[in-house]
Design a protein around this ligand. Structure first.
Ligand SMILES: [Fe+2]
Length: 369
């Protein structure tokens, strides 16, 4: 620990992974809490009172006496006031260094094993609910929607005895900076995107229906436009579909980003047909999306559902195209900050000169239901 009053994201991540007792106290205003949070934390809206010098607000929280306390705010300043006040009250308290802005890069994993050694590791950014995947078969792996430092994917692959053959994105993301290009370079892998992708960097294009193989597994590209025009679903054998932001386990992607009203309607129409296509796949197939609206816990449970369960919360099949377009248009949430800039960087393939933690701060807003 570099400062005995601070705890880094890495240290807190390790504590949660190891299930060490830790009481995480989020002192931000409720609106910020609603935007994104640490799943394991307790909340007290103490921001104003702490900054006004009123520490009695912390007496309202029932903190276990023997537990390590970590206080959290947006950037790590108010949480320091809170941790100092708690120390004075006799607690072993630390402030989360860099606050939620730093916690944006906390991650954990969950695994799913199919037969014949085929394994999916879901690599999750816990606060933002961004889900990426390493899929391994025999001694080869692919990575889908890399959203974290490439070193993390390389290390996890190495631990499993895999070399990364392909790196893929389901679409040009607008809510986080894709790390796929960097990962492909660092791992000597091939970066594959659907041929519809309007990326300005060099990639290996694949057509809808194309199949790539790694180990003994195969992955098929299925063009599923709507969330974005190039959105692609990847089908792993007949076992799982990586649906990106087209289909979530309890909702669907938004069709409006980067679009005017007319284009948003066209996208909604496309999304309707893409969803109908996906929902007609076998019910047992596992749906593995690129996001969850919920905070990801350190519980090791994969965020994915058999299509049969997804169908229960996604009622597209019962709607006509026009009913769906009306429904989708009425449910569109606020546009995320910086989405245009982030999407632009992902088109260009470079984020040189930008600070990722500033660009990517905040929760995700990719779903409409
Ligand atoms: Fe997206």
């Amino acid at each position: 620990m570099k400062d005995n009053k601070l705890m880094s994201t890495e240290e807190l991540q390790k504590k949660l992974e190891r299930k060490e007792p830790v009481f995480i106290l989020d002192v931000r205003p409720v609106e910020q809490r609603n935007e994104w949070r640490i799943g394991e934390s307790t909340h007290v809206d103490a921001y104003k009172r702490l900054n006004a010098g009123d520490n009695t607000v912390l007496d309202e929280v029932d903190i276990p006496k023997d537990s390590t306390v970590v206080t959290v705010c947006a950037a790590g300043r108010t949480s320091l006031i809170a941790s100092e006040a708690l120390r004075e009250k006799g607690f072993q308290a630390y402030s989360l260094e860099g606050g939620m802005k730093a916690w944006n890069y906390a991650w954990n994993t969950a695994e799913f094993n199919f037969q014949d050694g085929l394994k999916v590791i879901q690599v999750r950014r816990t606060a933002k609910g961004v889900l990426s995947y390493i899929v391994g078969s025999a001694n080869e792996a692919i990575v889908i929607d890399a959203c974290l430092n490439p070193e993390i994917y390389l290390k996890l692959s190495k631990e499993n005895g895999w070399s990364i053959k392909y790196v893929l994105d389901t679409h040009i993301h607008a809510d986080f900076v894709s790390r796929s290009r960097e990962l492909a370079r660092a791992g000597g892998a091939t970066h594959l995107l659907i041929d519809k992708a309007k990326a300005e960097f060099e990639f290996n294009p694949a057509a809808s229906g194309d199949i790539v193989r790694f180990g003994t597994a195969s992955l098929q590209f299925i063009h599923t436009p709507g969330h974005t025009w190039e959105s692609t679903t990847f089908k792993l054998n007949d076992l799982a579909i990586f649906t990106g932001d087209t289909l979530f386990i309890d909702g669907i992607g938004r069709p409006d980003l980067k679009a005017d009203q007319h284009e948003a309607m066209q996208k909604a129409k496309s999304l309707y047909h893409s969803l109908k296509q996906l929902l007609s796949l076998p019910s047992s197939i596992l749906v593995l999306p690129a996001h969850t609206a919920k905070t990801v816990l350190f519980d090791g449970r994969i965020i994915g559902e058999p299509l049969a369960n997804v169908k229960k919360s996604v009622h597209v099949s019962e709607l006509s195209e026009s009913q769906f377009v009306e429904y989708a248009s009425s449910k569109i949430p606020p546009t995320p900050p910086n989405y245009q800039l982030i999407a632009g960087l992902n088109v260009s393939g470079s984020y040189d000169g930008y600070e990722l933690s500033d660009l990517e701060a905040g929760g995700n807003h990719c779903a409409i239901a």
